[in-house]
Design a protein around this ligand. Structure first.
Ligand SMILES: [Zn+2]
Length: 259
């Protein structure tokens, strides 16, 4: 008789004692939001594609109409690696890789992690998630984009969300715009999440620049379409009313266990 069994024999077993509680893991809020976003776009006929996080200058910049020494490169504070490689600053390179291998018409989204060499604050971090989309066809216009965006917000937030569009500038789209949604944390009154403006810059985009089509071998006379980029982190901040992006990456269980 082992020592353990002897102990049980002497003390007996208390069958009424409560068992040990098992702790189960669960999905991170960003994963929950990403899955929901992917599901909505799949319902609207978009395919989901992926690509590498380490990229070359060609895929991250040149093919996107951002040549070397172009001042627009300053818009993306880049983390450079050895041998001129870099950590992708957006998931647009995934779209370039896709276009090189496929012919339009198509609609795709490229969700994934992106990196920036910048100071962190409540709304900026060195890493975050993009969902970039692309819809190319013969007659795809801005009207299609607006319809897709409105439908997306309706399904994602399960209610009507106020949006506004402003002219913007990006080298890879022309015309370019910024789409904002009214801040759902403060309902437009102004708070730290929206920088006191009442609006959240959530969805920049525009019509794909002919130079991008030329870089992947498409004839810009035949094809046109729109590209856009959603910040998954900001979307999650709006959905769960979180006022600091850094909470997503802090691994603080007090925060994570709420989801
Ligand atoms: Zn706000």
């Amino acid at each position: 008789m082992g020592l353990y069994n002897l102990k049980i024999k002497q003390q007996g077993i208390d069958v009424t004692a409560p068992g040990k509680k098992q702790f189960f893991g669960h999905l991170h809020p960003l994963t929950l939001v990403r899955r929901q976003v992917e599901e909505i776009f799949q319902q609207m006929g978009f395919s989901i594609i992926g690509g590498p996080e380490i990229e070359t200058e060609w895929y991250n910049f040149d093919a996107l109409n951002i040549p070397k020494d172009h001042p627009a490169r300053d818009m993306w504070d880049t983390l450079w690696l050895k041998n001129k490689l870099l950590l992708r600053t957006h998931t647009s390179p995934v779209q370039i890789r896709y276009m090189e291998k496929h012919q339009p018409p198509f609609r795709i989204i490229a969700p994934g992690r992106v990196f920036r060499h910048e100071a962190t604050d409540a709304s900026h971090d060195v890493q975050f998630y993009h969902v970039e989309g692309l819809m190319i066809g013969k007659d795809i216009s801005m009207a299609n984009f607006k319809a897709i965006a409105k439908e997306f917000f309706q399904r994602f937030f399960n209610k009507e969300v106020k949006i506004r569009m402003r002219p913007g500038y990006f080298p890879f789209t022309e015309p370019s715009f910024e789409m904002d949604i009214q801040c759902l944390v403060c309902k437009g009154k102004g708070c730290s999440t929206c920088g006191q403006t009442g609006w959240i810059e959530l969805w920049p985009g525009g019509m794909v620049h002919p130079n991008v089509f030329k870089a992947v071998g498409y004839n810009p006379k035949f094809w046109q379409g729109f590209a856009f980029c959603i910040s998954l982190d900001r979307l999650a901040m709006m959905k769960y009313k979180i006022n600091d992006i850094r909470l997503f990456y802090s691994n603080d269980l007090r925060f994570l266990e709420q989801f």
